[in-house]
Design a binder for this molecule. Structure first.
Ligand code: HEM
Length: 107
């Protein structure tokens, strides 16, 4: 049930009631239209104006972890995410920014 599917690496999925979005560089289904600087801003603050907000567990991850990381480590993660294969398709598409609960962390 929770087995990983290698050909869908980082392209989203469900674990119980959690839905993880597609964070591959596909421009439509994933975050391919985000710059590395935008990924860093999102991880550091939990918000990317007009694009995404960190709700639920993602808000917790930002608040307790990503917002406390070194800028250089966030940049390395953003850079890495640009290198993984882009995975698209309607079933891999995530409606970014659709969460209602909002947890932003100060800059
Ligand atoms: C490099 C690491 C990560 C990146 C780039 C990332 C990115 C994202 C993005 C873009 C969203 C969608 C935001 C939106 O729809 O507006 C999201 C949602 C989410 N993330 Fe992450 N995430 C990361 C790590 C994590 C970790 C470590 C956790 C859990 C501990 C996590 C849990 C979640 C959950 C549960 C959601 C769905 C929240 C909701 O209900 O809307 N993420 N993430």
């Amino acid at each position: 049930m929770m087995a990983e599917q290698g050909d869908r690496f980082l392209s989203g999925g469900k674990v119980g009631s959690w839905t993880a979005p597609n964070i591959t560089p596909d421009a439509q289904a994933g975050i391919g239209d985000w710059s590395e600087a935008e990924i860093v801003t999102y991880l550091r603050t939990g918000a990317l104006h007009g694009k995404a907000i960190a709700a639920g567990e993602m808000g917790t991850a930002v608040q307790n972890s990503f917002s406390k990381m070194q800028q250089s480590d966030l940049e390395a993660m953003a850079h890495y995410l640009k290198q993984v294969p882009a995975i698209g398709g309607a079933d891999r598409k995530h409606a970014f920014g659709s969460a209602t609960a909002y947890t932003a962390v100060g800059h």
